[in-house]
Design a protein around this ligand. Structure first.
Ligand SMILES: Cc1cc2nc3c(=O)[nH]c(=O)nc-3n(C[C@H](O)[C@H](O)[C@H](O)COP(=O)(O)OP(=O)(O)OC[C@H]3O[C@@H](n4cnc5c(N)ncnc54)[C@H](O)[C@@H]3O)c2cc1C
Length: 494
């Protein structure tokens, strides 16, 4: 981002549609579990009075079943959504079953000509949404599919790529993105009253999950969390995004992925913060870096939107031939946070304990899997998918491909992070490592940093007792060299 104040902003294309009134429009919630500042609802309302529905189809249920924390968050968000809809005169209609058939019979039941929903960005979800759209359109029902999740919709003319198939490099994308702002907050939508019966709201037990504490979940709680971040921690984001023990990043990925807060409101808030004339230059820079993070989110969403095989196939064609291993004798050590590399293990343990992992640490831990162990990025992505609260497979795929050097990254060679150097640089007082690895908590910094520097015999000093921390499972330098040699032979030399 250039120095100085933010570039002058231009308004993006809004949500204008010719007003066509029908009796009722069915709006099916997907990844947009709120009623305020809602592009999908605003567009749906132009076709008739909105009847809100939530379809729990087999794919959604299976996905929630795979991650108990995600299921807990989702159920709490749906309960809050129903309350918000009731406050606006309606009621959420919940149905369980295949999406196309359910929406078709509901639309026929209420005489709706139009069914609307917010689009999703992961390849599997895109394919599923297209199938539903085709089935409804075949039945004579108009489908309005809306980009609510991104700040700037991928198809926004002001942003669109000249080839018409999206951007594959973040830097030029961001140059364009940062000159745009989202429309003002959208007007509130009133809901139609309907007599249609609803099934019960989902609860975690439906997905085999017990009640798990995931914090306050509701649009109001999300708005408060965003406001609290914008009021203070955002000014320290420049350091916090890299140094896991230095302060807070926004921790809004779950809220943004389920849509309990709109990304547009996050950008509006950050732009307002950046325009404060009393900010120090490093504080303005921090706000801009956070806006850049939101732009990265948009970038990976559009990458998924335009590349609908991305969930399985690397974006880079040359990397489709490169075979990563599907397993490794030490894969379980990576999974359980017992590799003997403290920063890697701390990241995994944070994830297992909370459903979250600091952004910088994610890249280091993912790099360790792909390059030190040589294991396929899809293995890591799928493992984390069962542990994370957030529900954004397109962002997971985009980021995992980027780290593995097979995705939207133009670097000639993969970036292999040295987990020991990274620890020195980004966790210099070992505060993050001590928090997540109790076995190391009482040790001096120097002893912690020695860990991982070379393979050591398992320590069995009384200091460690029964809770000994493992010796490094491999020699990082040797593993990195071996990977690069293979890369050179199989990718560069071909
Ligand atoms: C290997 C790997 C896997 C990842 N998997 C996911 C995932 O499954 N879901 C997910 O939402 N993010 C993923 N990320 C991106 C990023 O790490 C998380 O969004 C971030 O850690 C969330 O913390 P935060 O909310 O405090 O983010 P902040 O740093 O406060 O950023 C604000 C928001 O911007 C967005 N954002 C920030 N960085 C990125 C990024 N690199 N790509 C896309 N969006 C970004 C997120 O929505 C985030 O909540 C992954 C990153 C890596 C390296």
């Amino acid at each position: 981002m250039s120095k100085g104040r933010l570039a002058p902003l231009r308004r993006t294309a809004g949500y204008d549609r010719p007003p066509v009134r029908a009796l009722k429009t069915l709006f099916a919630f997907t990844r947009d579990l709120r009623v305020d500042d809602h592009l999908g609802l605003a567009q749906a309302a132009q076709f008739g009075d909105v009847v809100p529905v939530l379809v729990l189809d087999p794919a959604r249920s299976a996905r929630l079943r795979s991650s108990p924390r995600r299921a807990a968050y989702y159920c709490a968000a749906v309960t809050a959504l129903d309350a918000a809809i009731r406050a606006r005169g309606g009621r959420l209609i919940v149905r369980r079953g295949p999406t196309a058939g359910t929406l078709r019979s509901l639309a026929r039941g209420i005489g709706a000509e139009t069914v609307a929903w917010s689009v999703r960005y992961d390849a599997k979800e895109i394919r599923a949404d297209r199938d539903v759209q085709a089935a409804l359109e075949e039945s004579g029902i108009r489908v309005v599919a809306v980009h609510d999740a991104s700040v700037v919709p991928p198809e926004d003319l002001a942003l669109s790529h000249r080839r018409g198939d999206g951007w594959r490099a973040f830097v030029p994308y961001f140059e364009r993105w940062r000159t745009l702002i989202p429309p003002d907050a959208l007007p509130a939508v009133q809901f139609a009253q309907s007599e249609i019966a609803s099934e019960a709201l989902p609860v975690p037990a439906d997905f085999g999950a017990r009640e798990i504490e995931v914090g306050p979940v509701s649009p109001a709680a999300s708005a408060q969390k965003l406001a609290a971040f914008l009021n203070g921690p955002i000014l320290g984001y420049g350091i916090a995004r890299n140094v896991p023990d230095a302060g807070a990043t926004s921790d809004l990925s779950a809220e943004l992925s389920f849509g309990t807060v709109s990304a547009r409101s996050a950008v509006r808030g950050a732009c307002a913060r950046a325009s404060d004339p009393f900010l120090l230059i490093e504080e303005t820079t921090a706000v801009r870096l956070w806006l850049r993070a939101l732009a990265q989110r948009d970038f990976f969403l559009q990458l998924g939107w335009y590349n609908d095989a991305l969930d399985e196939a690397p974006l880079q064609e040359k990397m489709r031939r490169f075979a990563f291993a599907r397993t490794h004798p030490q894969l379980d050590a990576w999974r359980s946070g017992t590799t003997g590399f403290p920063l890697v293990d701390a990241g995994i343990r944070e994830l297992r304990a909370t459903g979250r992992m600091h952004p910088r640490v994610r890249a280091i831990v993912a790099s360790f899997l792909c390059f030190d162990l040589g294991v396929d990025w899809r293995v890591g992505r799928d493992e984390w998918d069962r542990l994370l609260i957030e529900d954004d497979p397109a962002l997971a795929t985009g980021n995992w491909q980027w780290v593995a050097g097979v995705g939207a990254d133009l670097a000639a060679y993969p970036r292999i992070y040295n987990p020991v150097k990274q620890a020195h640089r980004f966790d210099p007082a070992a505060g993050y490592v001590r928090r997540w690895i109790p076995e190391l908590a009482g040790l001096p910094d120097a002893t912690i940093f020695e860990r991982g520097e070379r393979p050591q015999p398992q320590l069995s000093l009384p200091l460690f007792g029964a809770r000994a921390y493992p010796a490094p499972i491999l020699d990082h330098e040797a593993a990195a060299r071996a990977f690069l040699a293979r890369y050179r032979a199989e990718v560069v030399a071909v």
